[in-house]
Write a protein that binds this ligand. Sequence first.
Ligand code: HEC
Length: 133
Amino acid sequence: MATPRFTSGLREGPPVAQRLMRATFGFLSVVAACSNGPPPTGNDNCPSVSESCPSPPPSWMKDVQPLIQGYCATCHRPGGTGQTNDLTTYANVYDQRTEVLLQVYTCKMPLSPLSEAQRETIVAWVECAAPNN
Ligand code: HEC
């Protein structure tokens, strides 16, 4: 499952490319092992975002929860098309944080794209161990 978009934009710097490939394939293999839904549609235009935990970490209440509510829970709620992955509570999002990170990092979810800054916020929050802050 080659994803050339991760390397095509990087002229030099194999360490970065390798890091991205490792991260991506690492996530993919974790999800492939325990995924049970159809793979969501991918997005070819997916700029890479930082995978580190900033200080201070993004706030669940102020930064992350509004994004999940506005862009994800519209489908990922009881009765919604994505109800098998309910994302309406902190506990549910925390439990699925690795899957959420993968989906957002690779631009597979949501189907209407988030901005780079919005993706970075969600990815960074999960990298910070998904605090309830
Ligand atoms: C337009 C509806 C819709 C939106 C918006 C949406 N999803 Fe989904 N998502 C789905 C559907 C449908 C599935 C397939 C199975 C299911 O969860 O019911 C899915 C699957 C998933 C999965 C499981 C993937 C797997 O491999 O099993 C995750 C995690 C996920 N979405 C996260 C998100 C996140 C995070 C957002 C917001 C950034 C989001 N989704 C926005 C409809 C949506």
